[in-house]
Design a protein around this ligand. Sequence first.
Ligand SMILES: NC(=O)c1ccc[n+]([C@@H]2O[C@H](COP(=O)([O-])OP(=O)(O)OC[C@H]3O[C@@H](n4cnc5c(N)ncnc54)[C@H](OP(=O)(O)O)[C@@H]3O)[C@@H](O)[C@H]2O)c1
Length: 341
Amino acid sequence: MYNIETQSQPTMYFIGVSTSQSSIMRVFPLWMKELGRPEIRLQGADLKLHDEPGRYRQAVAQIKYDPLSLGALVTSHKISLLEAARDMFDYLDPHATMCGEVSSVSKSGAALEGHAMDPISAGLSLDSLLGAGYFGPNRADVLCLGAGGAATAIVLHFVHKPDAADRPRRMVIVNRSAGRLETLQKMVGALKTDIEFDYRLNARPEVNDGLMAALPPGSLVINGTGMGKDLPGSPVTGAGWFPLNGVAWELNYRGELAFLRYALDQHESRGLVVEDGWLYFLHGWTQVIAQVLKTRIEGPLFDRLASIASAICSPALPGRAVPERLREASRPLKLGNARLR
Ligand SMILES: NC(=O)c1ccc[n+]([C@@H]2O[C@H](COP(=O)([O-])OP(=O)(O)OC[C@H]3O[C@@H](n4cnc5c(N)ncnc54)[C@H](OP(=O)(O)O)[C@@H]3O)[C@@H](O)[C@H]2O)c1
């Protein structure tokens, strides 16, 4: 029924759309060397967006039935893959069940496991960006532009923060179409939270400028629309004011990144902290690799892997390509050449 390739060396898969172009292909062998597992290789598995269910089942079966196929990181197909192959998994973690998606496929003995790691990797990035207790003294809000998978992960991260000082008072979520907003609203409705949620159906950047201008000082503004990389433009205009002493987080680290440029323009004048998606990328991959290899990647080991990747890739904010504690505090922020790629 399935066409299973018997691998001759331990193999992890990268299930995406055009995986050969990703910089992880160059980074992965160096990371495996650093982890003391140089024999493990990464193999791309390209599928069309919303591909036939049988293709997703074949990709999952390859991991399930071939002993040296260890697992996979899934991008772009997280929902479609789970919809097509849910019955093939022996375990799904609570986030996978709640979000209806898997970003990690791994094995524990003979059992096939699916995890949605985005709440963890987005959460680690936010913890590093904001630090502990950020919302305690600030009573600041979060404006999240986009209500897709990443926004869902960010919402789950904040809702599940046990300390009130790590939770924003209010989250404003904006999306251009109603479907994703309704799905998110339904998910939040089933959770217990004291965060006030405000859902806005809007695709006009000028309206988002207005939402941004109304935020209290210290608030966090997130571009989770994909605009500036997957789509042209920016969800805010160059005339919009970011919150005073606030934080701007662009989830991507390459592309035209107009939102990131607008934020950088206000870095000094508004005391704005500006972050791109590089750390998110690093946490996303290292968390899935840790799950697949049944190991832990954190602290100095994570820092070493971050440095290795940063030496090869060109994130938008080059100096911010390594975790905060490794950076020179006084270095001014400026865009690198990642926008040219
Ligand atoms: N650095 C990293 O490792 C990392 C990790 C995760 C995600 N990302 C990036 O983050 C972005 C979002 O990821 P995702 O997985 O959440 O994507 P997604 O599921 O496609 O969600 C994007 C959402 O933005 C909405 N949107 C698009 N244009 C908009 C606009 N002008 N105004 C308001 N809403 C708009 C879309 O609305 P519709 O419902 O109408 O389509 C969709 O709901 C992607 O570009 C992705 O590459 C980066």
